[in-house]
Design a protein around this ligand. Sequence first.
Ligand SMILES: Cc1ncc(COP(=O)(O)O)c(C=O)c1O
Length: 448
Amino acid sequence: MSDAPASQEQALRQEILDKVKQYYQLKHAKRPFEPGKTYIGYAGRVFDETEMMALADSGLDFWLTAGRFSALFESSFAKWYGRRSCYLVNSGSSANLLALSALGAKTLGARRLQAGDEVITTSTSFPTTVNPIFQNGAVPVFIDTEVGTYNMDVSRLEEAVSDKTRAVMVAHTLGYPFNLDAVTAFCKKHNLWLIEDCCDAVGATWNGQKVGTFGDMATVSFYPAHHMTMGEGGAVLASSPLLGRALESYRDWGRDCWCAPGKDNTCGKRFNWQLGDLPHGYDHKYIYSNIGYNLKLTDMQAAVGVAQLAKLDSFIKARQDNYFHLLKSLSDYEPYLILPQQHPKAVPSPFGFALTVRDDAPFSRKQIVDFLESRKIATRMVFCGNIVRQPAYKGTHYRQIGELSGSDKIMRDTFWIGVYPGITAQVRDYIVEQFAAFLREKPGWKKN
Ligand SMILES: Cc1ncc(COP(=O)(O)O)c(C=O)c1O
C-alpha cells in the first residue's frame, strides 16, 4: 500500500486518464472513408477514449486477474441479458468448453453428461461449438444445416435422438436465431440440456425474447469481430444456481471453494469442511469437486468490456440497420443469390450478411468473392462449411443424420460480408454499388 494521500493518488490517476483521452484523439480518431481505397472489414473493434481510459484505469489498479471490473461486468451483463448469473472466461471457445464440461458435474445426478453420451448439434458450425463434445469424450450427432437460415434443420431432430442423448448444443449462427419453439419443445420432451451458443447473436430475439434465455446455458464471445469486444473474452450465462456453481467450479480449477481471487473464507468455515475422504478441516480452497480448468480472464479485459457494454444496444441497432438495408438493396439480385431468411418469430442481431450463389447463377462464388475483395470489401465463409469434411474430424467418432447436403451447398457456394457498426451509411452505399457493378453485367439480369 502506498503512503501517498488518497487525494494525490486520485488526482494523478485523473491526469493519466486525461492524457489517455488526448492520446486516443491524436492516434485513433476516425479517418474518412475513401471509396475503393479504405478496406471494409467483415468486422472490427468500435471504440473511443472510454475503452482506452477504462483499460488504463485497470492497469493502474494492477490487480491483473479477475477483480472489480470483472465483478461489475458479470453482474451488469447478467442483468442486461435477463439471466440469473454470468461467468466471464477468456474466449467464446472457452465459454463453450466450460458450458459443456459443466454438464459433467456430479451434482447434476442422472442427467449429467458422461463419456459416450451423445450431444445433438449441426454440421455447419464454428469448430469450437462442436469441439467440447469431443473433448469431453461425448459423441456429436450432426443434423444438416439449411441454406438461407444457416441453422439446424429442426425437422430432423426426432431422427437424431437415441437413449444416449443428453444435450443439444447449437449456435444461432451469424446471429440468425434457430427455431426455438421446435428445439425447446424437443429438449423438454426428451429431458435434454440445451446450450445456446450466442457468440454471433447477442441481442437477437425469438418471439420478442432474447436468444440465450431459452436454454439452460448461453455462451458469448468478446473477440473483436463480435457484437462487443474485450480483445479476447467470453462468458457463460446460467439459468440456475446449480449450473452456476458447476460453471464456477469448472472455470476455477475444479475447486469446491467459490472465493473471488484475493478473497478467503467467504463460506465462513474454510477449515471446517468434511468432504469425501479428505481429512476434516482440509482447506476448502484446495478441495476439488470437479476435474476443471482455469479459464478466467484478466481485469484489463473486463474493464474494456464494461465500457463496451454501455454501447451494446447501439451496436446491435447499427448491425440490424445495416442488415435490413442490405436485404432491401440486394433483393433485385435474388435470381442469382439466396438472401438471408428468418423465421417470422426471429429478429437477427446479425454477425454478418450471408449470400449463397444459386446453382444456375452465371458466375461462381469464387468470381463474386474475388470481385468484392478486389473492391476492398472483405468476405468470409460460414466457418467450417460441412464440418465432417474438415481434416481435423476425419476418423473421429460421430453420427450424422442423412446426407448433410445443405452444409455441402453452404461450403461450396455461401459467403458473407460485414454489417458491423464501423460500416456507415456511406460505406453501405458503396457496397451496394459494387454488387450492382458485378451483377448487372451478368447475362439475363433485368430489373424487377
Ligand atoms: C458461433 C461461434 N461460437 C464460438 C466462437 C468462438 O469464439 P472465440 O473466438 O471468442 O473463441 C465463434 C467465433 O467467432 C463463433 O462464431
